[in-house]
Design a protein around this ligand. Structure first.
Ligand code: GLN
Length: 460
């Protein structure tokens, strides 16, 4: 099929299900078809194109796109047109991927359900009354609902793996620095990591390879080749591999159906020739509190740039008010409650006199978590756990309870704090609600290929 035919089929599907799912914030069918025609033209002209040329993709609305609006799910960026493409965006275009539009997210990627989007929630295609995960919930829902075969996401504390788990698809957080943050609207810069969503592990690996790799525009980008992720996904074997089950993830607070599917995945790994052992990572118990000091601290600094002068919204600029008053009015009107909560938390944690007690302690915990991973990866090649303690929860259930919401990322956050690679692959449906369960596979820094190798062997 031509790229135009494939794009049209996905535009038709979007028109059909979008009124129910609301995965997208922006779709311009004419612009999509123009991109597809250009790819067909490149092919006709004999240009050598990669494996994903002509494949449609849904792009998280936190990456800048010069030809589409970029909101980060916030009112404060409503109407903003970025003057440049993010590196990830540029590489998608170079690979000939056809960008279908921009997907919904929790405001500035802060959340686990997309309920924090200023533009309304996205619905889980498995059950429209439930959340599709977050913050990349539009990205996960668009792939699960067959609106797009691939999508991009970002993972700061679990925002790719958790939505992948609760919508029954594959989502990968590459090694920190393995994918570029240039043009990614910053939430917590020491944690933010772009990564792929797909309906199977090999497709995720192809997308991973297409947009990852060193970028001189990002000072924390790793100057090393992309690990051999596609080869590993094709290899799909666990023969002789040592797999560690993280002892600290399980038990109280975990849904029985999640634990049952997880145990089956572990048994499957063993039957395929892996050597399974239990591994203890005692500091993981402190990952969540450390994250909720570090991430808000960095966000309070990153979000200072939304000053009513540079981007998007400006409130109260009627010639009578000072710049400071306009800034205060704009930020009061433009940021939602979760973003304000985090700016306040972060500003407090960083204030003089409190810095050592809060931010300093959290950074020490971060080091302990990295050491737990180092010790574990001396014993085993990969670690496994459930991706999330529960399946998709009902929209509204945790909206007024930030602590309950934060628990969705209990198992994913350690890999953000340590910067190592981790993937979520589908491992079946929970008995009690028939909803998807995710298996998380964690590998060392720059061991991304191991996530794909093991994931491809066991994906359901
Ligand atoms: N849910 C976590 C948070 O709210 C993680 C979000 C993310 O990874 N972007 O911070």
């Amino acid at each position: 099929a031509s790229a135009v035919e494939v794009a049209q089929a996905h535009l038709d599907r979007i028109a059909e299900v979008e009124p129910k799912v609301h995965a997208f914030l922006h779709v311009d069918p004419d612009a999509v078809l123009a991109q597809a025609r250009a790819v067909d033209g490149r092919r006709a002209a004999g240009e050598p194109l990669g494996p994903l040329a002509g494949v449609p993709i849904a792009h998280k609305d936190v990456f800048t796109t010069a030809d589409m609006p970029t909101t980060a799910g916030s009112k404060i960026l409503e109407g903003w047109r970025p003057p440049y493409d993010a590196t990830v965006t540029r590489r998608l275009r170079e690979a000939g991927l056809v960008i279908l539009g921009k997907t919904n997210l929790d405001e500035f990627a802060m959340g686990s359900s997309t309920e924090n989007s200023a533009y309304g929630p996205t619905h889980n295609p498995w059950d429209l009354t439930r959340i599709p995960g977050g913050s990349s919930g539009g990205a996960s829902a668009s792939v699960a609902a067959y609106e797009a075969p691939l999508s991009t996401g970002t993972d700061t504390g679990g925002s790719i793996r958790q939505p992948a788990a609760v919508t029954g698809i594959v989502g990968m957080k590459p090694t920190y620095g393995g994918s570029s943050r240039y043009g990614l609207i910053a939430f917590a810069s020491s944690l933010d990591t772009p990564g792929p969503f797909a309906r199977n592990v090999l497709d995720a690996a192809l997308l991973h390879e297409a947009f990852s790799g060193h970028d001189p525009m990002d000072s924390t980008s790793i100057a090393q080749p992309v690990p051999p992720v596609v080869e590993a996904a094709r290899q799909a074997s666990v023969e002789g591999l040592r797999v560690g089950v993280v002892k600290e993830f399980g038990g109280d607070g975990y849904q029985p159906g999640v634990l049952a599917r997880f145990q089956e995945a572990v048994d499957l790994l063993e039957s395929l020739g892996a050597k399974v052992v239990e591994v203890s990572c005692p500091s993981f118990a402190y990952a969540l509190p450390a994250y909720y000091l570090i991430a808000p601290s960095e966000c309070s600094s990153n979000l200072a740039r939304f000053d009513a002068m540079r981007y998007g919204l400006r409130v109260g600029d009627d010639g009578t008010r000072s710049a400071e008053e306009v800034m205060a009015l704009t930020r009061a009107a433009g940021f939602g409650p979760e973003v304000k909560r985090r700016i306040m938390l972060g500003t407090y944690a960083l204030s003089s006199g409190y810095y050592d007690a809060y931010y300093g302690s959290a950074q020490k915990v971060r080091t302990l978590i990295s050491r737990d991973f180092d010790a574990a990866f001396h014993q085993v090649d990969v670690l496994v756990s459930p991706t999330t303690p529960t399946t998709a929860f009902p929209i509204g259930e945790r909206a007024d309870d930030p602590m309950a919401m934060y628990l969705a990322d209990l198992c994913t956050i350690p890999s953000n704090l340590a910067g190592n690679a981790a993937i979520s692959v589908p491992c079946g449906l929970a008995d009690e609600d028939g909803l998807p369960v995710g298996l998380q596979i964690m590998a060392p820094v720059l061991g991304d290929d191991r996530c794909y190798r093991v994931g491809a062997a066991v994906e359901k």
